[in-house]
Design a protein around this ligand. Sequence first.
Ligand SMILES: NC(=O)c1ccc[n+]([C@@H]2O[C@H](COP(=O)([O-])OP(=O)(O)OC[C@H]3O[C@@H](n4cnc5c(N)ncnc54)[C@H](OP(=O)(O)O)[C@@H]3O)[C@@H](O)[C@H]2O)c1
Length: 380
Amino acid sequence: MSVVITGATGFLGSRVLRHLLAEETRETVTVLGRGSPDTLRERVEAAVAWLDGPPVEPDAWQRVRCVGADLTRPTLGLTPGELAEAAAGAAQVWHCAARLHLAGDQSELFSTNVRGTRAVLDLAEQAPDAHLVYVSTAFVAGRRDAGHIMEDDLSDADGFHTRYEETKYTTERMIRAWTAAKGRRATIVRPSLLVSDRPAPAGLPAQPLDYVARLVDDTLRPRADQDPGLPMRGGVLPMRLQGDPHGTMNLLQADYAAEALLRVAAAGRARTGAGAGAGVRTVHVTHPREVAFPTAREALRELYPGLRLTVVPTVRNPSRHEALVIEHAGHLLDFGVQRRTYDRTHLREDVGDLPEPPDVDAAYLSRAFDRSGARQRAAV
Ligand SMILES: NC(=O)c1ccc[n+]([C@@H]2O[C@H](COP(=O)([O-])OP(=O)(O)OC[C@H]3O[C@@H](n4cnc5c(N)ncnc54)[C@H](OP(=O)(O)O)[C@@H]3O)[C@@H](O)[C@H]2O)c1
């Protein structure tokens, strides 16, 4: 038996791979990813070695086979023989790879996330006993910003904040149709925004929050030399952000998410097999408690004591710095209007005795936003 995984060089996929390597089943793991097999192996080894997680025996890497594959190419860029070889004997296919650029070009997002998944389904068809795990996102709920989202909900009626969300919605629909047409079983997991309080050194998979931290580093920090008003020079900077002052966001620790994913996948795999019937089980991999804006404000204030953040429904007459934030992060501010919660019935059923995660509090978030630790680690 073997396991196939895409996206193992990524922030979440590398954590999943680490768990797969630590498992006692000792199955062969076929890693599909960009680049030559050798460079792909170097990249996944570096990404996994740095992580916290279950211990991995040094000889576990002998069970890993790296295969160069690109989601944007027909049949992943593999010949029919290579595709069949990659799928041979697979009991599970993990599809973690995706393009996450929220403001990304529509055709690139579609080609990677939708057409790429179609190619992964073609591969899964060559492994008739395999259980498919597709990593979607809790943000597939799109602009349904309030209310309690059930795990079986899937609708485009409210529209989407980003093209990325839309591609994930389209892909979930495609997988539902595929399981029905082919008599297959799949688990769709929907993590919320994943965070880590141990930001990765440069060159290793970064968390989405890093994007915000980089905006500060790349946009505001270079200006700090000329502008003593900026908080990194000890100044006080009032900053209004557009959103709902009572808005919330679901953030989940990435290491916890990976462990939950493995358990959810194992439960799905146990349900797959003779007489199991076709269908999809969708599971919210979310935190039981949402994070409110004051927590994020406190976290940023620990890093930049002079920053005076407020959230207002509309930013009228933006200051120079507010205009900068709107210019560079306007698409992120769109998420500041959410107050929704996520049902976790399937998650609790599937993770067994895994305890609930600790709160993502201001201290945790402040470490997650703090790239100085990551910069120092990169410099060592
Ligand atoms: N991170 C989150 O907060 C979060 C939350 C909810 C859902 N998710 C979902 O979780 C999954 C993993 O996300 P992540 O955080 O690990 O993202 P990530 O760090 O950006 O990693 C993306 C992965 O996809 C691979 N990939 C991208 N384009 C590809 C292509 N054309 N061909 C082959 N591989 C390609 C990347 O390979 P390269 O290294 O070669 O670029 C990388 O391994 C995604 O499906 C995402 O939608 C993530």
